[in-house]
Ligand binder design. Structure first.
Ligand SMILES: [Zn+2]
Ligand SMILES: [Zn+2]
Ligand SMILES: [Zn+2]
Length: 255
């Protein structure tokens, strides 16, 4: 299984528009963060988690030729703004692409992208999507692979992380319900939200993310959805070898 980080940034991205802080001015490419998303390739299938505003650019950069399923963690703009670019995969693959999300996420997608789901002229083509409802507690099959939804809280909003084999992805989390830890056992790689040092109402701080990582005990943990508060190299120097900030373009391979 090959996992590519298409983006590791918070909703503003890094650099932040109009910000002159050291991270935003940094020349280190690892401090350039697009909106959070990963592409997973395994057994000849491609799975995208969230579809961001920069999806097209990241797809071209990393050569994403195939999408068999898109898993949505939730419907916030930074995780869904790139949906229109699924059209190219409709052309390449000659069929609708299945999208997965909770009932609330799918309802929100229908609102945000009303034109896709209403009768309007086609023009340059509209995304062809098949919506599939995910029940938070219930494993399902997408792209021929068993996917385990991971219920977490993003402030007061219940959202999902996803587990595929021994890889789990949890972004935009501020609390993990006790029961959820049961589906996070024996992970090779965990990717989890770590926004900044200061507490935030809807995201883990680094201290909270480290505590969750320790409790979950994956062999390797990577942090994502990172703000400009974190300069890549200096923060990573303070972290243990098995817990690191991820960076855009990073590739992880799991056997
Ligand atoms: Zn977000
Ligand atoms: Zn900044
Ligand atoms: Zn969010």
């Amino acid at each position: 299984m090959k996992i590519t980080f298409l983006g590791t940034g918070t909703s503003h991205g890094v650099p932040v528009i109009g910000c002159a802080c050291a991270t935003c001015r940094s020349k280190n490419k690892k401090n350039k963060r697009n909106r959070a998303s990963v592409y997973i390739f395994t057994e000849g299938r491609g799975i995208l988690i969230d579809m961001t505003a920069e999806f097209r650019l990241r797809s071209l950069e990393y050569g994403i030729e195939k999408i068999d399923a898109v898993l949505f963690t939730h419907a916030h703009a930074d995780h869904t703004a790139g949906v229109d670019d699924i059209r190219r995969y409709n052309e390449l693959q000659g069929k609708p692409i299945p999208f997965y999300g909770t009932k609330d996420t799918l309802a929100e997608l229908k609102k945000r992208f009303g034109y896709i789901f209403s009768k309007t002229q086609e023009g340059g083509g509209k995304p062809k999507i098949k919506l599939n409802r995910v029940i938070p507690e219930k494993p399902f099959v997408a792209a021929g692979l068993k996917i385990i939804p991971i219920p977490v809280l993003h402030g007061t909003l219940p959202i999902l992380g996803y587990r595929i084999k021994n890889f789990a992805y949890i972004t935009d989390v501020s609390a993990i319900p006790k029961k959820t830890f049961e589906v996070l056992r024996k992970l090779e790689v965990l990717v989890i939200d770590a926004l900044r040092h200061n507490p935030h109402p809807t995201h883990f701080s680094l201290t909270e993310a480290l505590a969750a990582a320790k409790k979950i005990g994956a062999k390797k943990t990577y942090f994502t959805h990172i703000s400009h508060a974190f300069e890549h190299t200096s923060i990573n120097e303070t972290l243990d070898h098995n817990v690191k900030l991820a960076f855009d373009g990073q590739v992880i391979k799991i056997k």
